[in-house]
Ligand binder design. Sequence first.
Ligand code: SF4
Length: 356
Amino acid sequence: MDTLTASSRSYRLTNEQIPPTITESISATERLALTRTIKAALKQQNAVIVAHYYTDESIQVLAEDSGGHVSDSLDMARFGSHATAETLVVCGVRFMGETAKILNPEKRVLMPDLSATCSLDIGCPEADFVAFCDAHPDHTVVVYANTSAAVKARADWMVTSGSAVDVIRALSGQGEKIIWAPDQYLGDYVQQQTGADMLIWQGACIVHEEFKAQELQDLRRLHPQAKVLVHPESPAGVIAQADLVSSTTGLVNAVAQMDATEFIVATDSGIFHKMRQAANDKILIEAPTAGKSATCISCAHCPWMAMNSLQKIAQVLATGNNEIQVASRYIQPASQAIERLLTFTNNNAKQLAGDA
Ligand code: SF4
């Protein structure tokens, strides 16, 4: 297998590039007042909230109470496309707002904080990525959802963690060689599952990268009955101990469906809200991010996801600020890369229904 050792420069973030994780601290009375204000503004502006599983519980509750949606990035994009609302308030990180805008250029897309980004997006700058793709013109370019509109526009396919293995297996089956970007751990996992010929960009999610294999082993000894649920952006030593490796939606479903009462969960702790909703009698334990070999930076909660807050949602609805704009030259090619995935997953779902 050819691997990308390429970089004369690093695509990993330094600690100075990672903001502290600050969660909103407001009283119950303030929360109630903000919730009322936001609901009224949503109604008046024909707007809905589309939120990611990793946002604060108060945002997830509000999204669902007000006719919006809480999910993973692919499902957020699907919901945004089907919603009749004229304005989407995307609570997540910047690439999610951009994806919503690419698929719905006629809609207004607002975000609570435009500086909420992602280490994978930062670690895959457009100019370097385009140069790399241009140097390997015989490769099909597949990028993860966690990339800028500009990087998606250079790709043939966009995939998510839940669809990456299936898409790469299908492409590899057709004899295609792949450029994969930007998450190296997900890329390694997909390569190992499919045997595909892949050039893998060396980016990483600062949250999942912190999960520790040795400390997870120790924790499993203390909870021998617990099933280990792992997101594939995690390091290989953590993935190797998983009972299930899956997308965020797959992990939420597993808590409800698996025949176990205890789970060790290696993904952002924001997901615990949905997991408790799915099965509140189950015991959920955070996978370790710190221990003998490390001190955690994000401590299993994304600092950029934490930038979303009720106060900021109320503010953008009041001012109309923080509207997402995507340069028109990126819309069509990026949309083609995303639509390929949506068609692929729809066809797969139909085939599975047919098989059943
Ligand atoms: S959790 Fe990781 S992949 Fe998700 S937005 Fe944060 S940095 Fe990016």
